[in-house]
Design a protein around this ligand. Structure first.
Ligand SMILES: Nc1nc2c(ncn2[C@@H]2O[C@H](COP(=O)(O)OP(=O)(O)OP(=O)(O)O)[C@@H](O)[C@H]2O)c(=O)[nH]1
Ligand SMILES: [Mg+2]
Length: 423
């Protein structure tokens, strides 16, 4: 059986059909015969806590792409009921009452197992948050909400335990029936009760399905490929530059926070492939006041080894004054100045026509550095325009140089790590 066995695969992935897994799991159960009837034994493994495969520490990204396909709760229930009804009593029991209670207990036990086996799988295959790479941990917190991931997994585990408890109770109750009729009645009551308990918390499975879907859709980042991260205030033209430089096609609109997540594209320069990340814009405010989109940007800068392409819009079209952009820039530069860095002044087609001075500009801040920033951006910034295509060729050359340096940085870090391991 392949290692993926038991995962719920999308229809068409016939080799790893879930039925195979579930059947195998059911067959490994041991039974005890009491008075000629079948009674399931409380297995040691059943009582044990879940094998903690999910807690192996991950020092790399990519965990989201390995998340299992979660089956909708209604499908788990229907599939379990269908299979359970096909279960026959153990052969060779002549006594009708014994045969019926054997069948009833077997069916109740099977229903319980068919319901909990997939849940157990999910709990084993969803990694513990504390074991994830810090970048993926931040993505979970910022996209799902703090505590939501663990909360949903906790509910699925509670549901699993409850179904085991109720299933065992009713299977053993049915196995003690004194007549055929009693066994039949206890089977019906037991089935209903297990179904009821399952349905009470079935929403947690569907929430888990939604979580897996959301996380799997997160952009895939390769830590060993140099990455260029576009940063700047909202609406300054970051996504437009990503569209020009790379294969990524982020949405471009004339309003702030168009980019609502981390987007990845690829860029091929001199036959080498690099990654480009578009991030949501940053505003002038302290971290506590930042929205989750801004926090996503900071998570990328904090946890991924990216080179930064910082975008400045001095035309005023973005709606954030150059003075405010200057303050945001200073803060980010101070915090992430150890990243390889390139400054770009965007929308230079507009600057040529009418350099904008904001009425709201705070004149007290108007020292030499700021005056120079408002005219030309930071020292050494490249002036570009998507509209007139000015500066784009120079930008490509400089970006390639930056990413080549980033590549050298990654390689030297890997060498250092290897040396540490070998000494
Ligand atoms: N005139 C002119 N407009 C531009 C240029 N680059 C981008 N724009 C416009 O500026 C607006 C914002 O561009 P985006 O690329 O969406 O900006 P962003 O920084 O990604 O915005 P957020 O994702 O909201 O932070 C759009 O209307 C673009 O068409 C340029 O070089 N010249
Ligand atoms: Mg954008």
């Amino acid at each position: 059986m392949p290692s993926e066995a038991g995962l719920y695969m999308v229809p068409g992935w016939k080799h790893y059909h879930p039925i195979l897994y579930v059947c195998r799991a059911v067959q490994t159960t041991t039974y005890e015969v009491v008075n000629g009837s079948y009674v399931p034994i409380a297995q040691n493994q059943q009582g044990k806590e879940l094998k903690d495969k999910s807690s192996a520490k991950l020092d790399t990204v990519g965990a989201f792409q390995k998340l299992p396909m979660v089956m909708p709760s209604v499908d788990i229930l229907h599939s379990a009921l269908r299979k359970t009804k096909r279960i026959l009593p153990t052969k060779g029991i002549a006594n009708i009452a014994k045969r019926e209670r054997n069948r009833g207990a077997k069916q109740l036990d099977a229903l319980m197992k068919e319901l909990v086996v997939p849940l157990r799988m999910y709990l084993e295959d969803f990694p513990k948050k504390k074991c994830l790479h810090p970048y993926e941990r931040s993505l979970i917190e910022l996209t799902l909400g703090d505590g939501n991931y663990e909360g949903v997994l906790g509910k699925v585990d509670a549901l699993r335990k409850k179904v085991i408890l109720v299933g065992k109770e009713h299977a053993s109750f049915c196995a003690k029936s004194l007549s055929k009729r009693e066994a039949e009645e206890r089977l019906i009551v037991g089935m209903k009760r297990i179904e009821e308990v399952f349905n009470q918390e079935a929403k947690s499975i569907d929430d888990l399905l939604h979580i897996a879907k959301t996380l799997r859709a997160m952009p895939v980042v390769d830590l060993e490929t140099p990455t260029l991260c576009l940063v700047g205030a909202p609406n300054v033209g970051k996504s437009s530059l990503v569209r020009t430089l790379s294969t990524g096609k982020p949405e471009v609109c004339n309003y702030p926070f168009t980019t609502r997540g981390i987007l990845m594209g690829h860029i091929v320069l001199n036959y080498q492939t690099f990654q480009v990340t578009d991030t949501p814009g940053l505003l002038k405010r302290c971290d506590e006041d930042r929205n989750n989109l801004e926090k996503l940007t900071l998570a990328v800068l904090s946890h991924l080894p990216t080179a930064i392409l910082y975008v400045h819009d001095l035309s005023g079209e973005c709606g954030i004054s150059p003075s405010d952009q200057f303050l945001i820039y200073k803060e980010i530069k101070e915090r992430f100045g150890d990243h390889l860095w390139l400054d770009v002044v965007s929308k230079c087609d507009l600057l040529e026509k009418s350099p904008v001075l904001f009425i709201t500009e705070n004149e007290n801040l108007d020292h030499v550095e700021l005056t120079s920033y408002r005219k030309l951006g930071p020292d050494g910034a490249i002036h570009v325009s998507i509209k007139s295509e000015a500066g784009l060729n120079e930008l490509r050359v400089r970006v390639h140089e930056l990413l080549a340096s980033q590549m050298a940085k990654i390689t030297s870090q890997e060498d250092k790590e290897e040396n540490l391991v070998s000494t």
